[in-house]
Design a protein around this ligand. Structure first.
Ligand code: FE2
Length: 351
């Protein structure tokens, strides 16, 4: 059994580009934990690729599934040692969770945000929603502030089940905050909260497959979004954001996982961002942690999991990087309509 054969099998069966190193990542994860969600998280390759790798490793006799657990067999351990594959050492800073940010100046915001977010709408599969933890939203606000993208700035949030616009407006620091969302429930929730707290927050119902309204183009200093991760879907969000920026110096914040985007897709996305006139200034792995959504058992990856266990709501396994971009040239994007399904591709797992 060669890792190369497993990589090839994944490519053939799932249509996901996988390297030998990616297969080794899955083995490293199994060396570290027997829990399926920790393995998916630590392997850091598309969920469907991890599932296929685990099945191939089981057939090879390297891995065994017992109840809910994924275990390395004696043969598997011997193979890992022979191939020089080691357990994962995350070494995350326990104080800042690897975000490198001091959050205590935002303690009051965290408290106020927590009170308001109690009544938030639950994540909906229809719009590929899945929101980040409250701590993550507050950390995003802290980062925006640290980069000078919040205070005195005009800010647009494209798709806001994370309630970033609400947290931003609560700081009373931005000059203007506008949120767009397709989901009527989110729009109503944000409007009600804005009214209650007398916030400078405008909320519009808008489907991001449609071109951005004329009055929002080239109007903002900062945009924030957490795109769906098919390549087309990603660009739909990123390009809308870039077209909303005034020009060079404008900044955008985007999420991107390793669990629904292979490094091949990362490369295509990075190239597209560069071609649009932007540069990547910051990239924080695992900045975003997501609250588990109620549709785990109907998501695309569920039937592929070799062992099935529904994770607890606050047992984060789905994380994404935060990418900050800044325009160094005039934004080069077209404000076109995207038709059809922008959510699904081979690597999609949580749609
Ligand atoms: Fe730290």
């Amino acid at each position: 059994m060669e890792l190369r054969d497993i990589a090839k099998r994944i490519e053939e069966k799932q249509g996901i580009p996988v390297s030998v190193r990616d297969v080794a990542r899955v083995i490293s994860a199994v060396l570290t934990s027997s829990d399926i969600w920790r393995i998916v998280d630590m392997a850091g390759i598309p969920v469907l690729a991890t599932c296929e790798a685990l099945r191939a490793l089981e057939e090879a006799g390297w891995v065994t599934f017992q109840n809910d657990r994924v275990l390395l067999t004696a043969n598997g351990k011997e193979a890992a040692a022979r191939l020089g594959i080691h357990p994962v050492e995350e070494l995350r800073c326990p104080r800042c969770h690897g975000r490198g940010l001091e959050l205590w100046p935002f303690q009051d915001l965290a408290h106020e945000f927590h009170e308001l977010a109690k009544d938030r709408p639950e994540a909906s599969q229809e719009f590929d929603q899945g929101y980040v933890t409250e701590e993550t939203t507050v950390a995003r606000i802290a980062l925006l502030h640290a980069r000078g993208d919040l205070a005195g700035k005009e800010m647009l949030v494209l798709g806001d089940d994370d309630l970033v616009s609400l947290a931003a407006a609560l700081t009373r620091l931005p000059k203007r905050v506008v949120a767009l969302d397709v989901d009527r429930r989110i729009v109503e929730f944000l409007r009600t909260a804005a009214k209650k707290k007398n916030l400078n927050l405008e909320v519009l119902q808008h489907d991001l497959r449609e071109p951005l309204p004329e009055e929002l183009l080239r109007r903002f200093d900062t945009f924030v979004c957490d795109p769906t991760e098919s390549f087309r879907g990603y660009l739909a969000f990123a390009h809308r954001g870039i077209s909303a920026l005034r020009g060079p110096g404008g900044a955008g914040y985007l999420g991107l996982t390793r669990l629904e985007a292979s490094l091949h897709k990362w490369r295509r996305i990075q190239l597209a961002l560069l071609e649009a006139g932007a540069v990547i200034t910051d990239l924080f792995p695992n900045f975003h942690e997501y609250v588990n959504w109620p549709y785990i058992e109907t998501m695309r990856a569920w039937p592929h999991l070799p062992v099935k266990r529904v994770p607890g709501k606050f047992e984060p396994w789905y994380r994404s990087a935060l990418i900050r971009i800044e325009l160094v040239e005039e934004g080069k994007v077209e404000n076109v309509r995207y038709s059809g399904d922008i959510f699904t591709d081979e690597e999609a797992a949580t749609t």
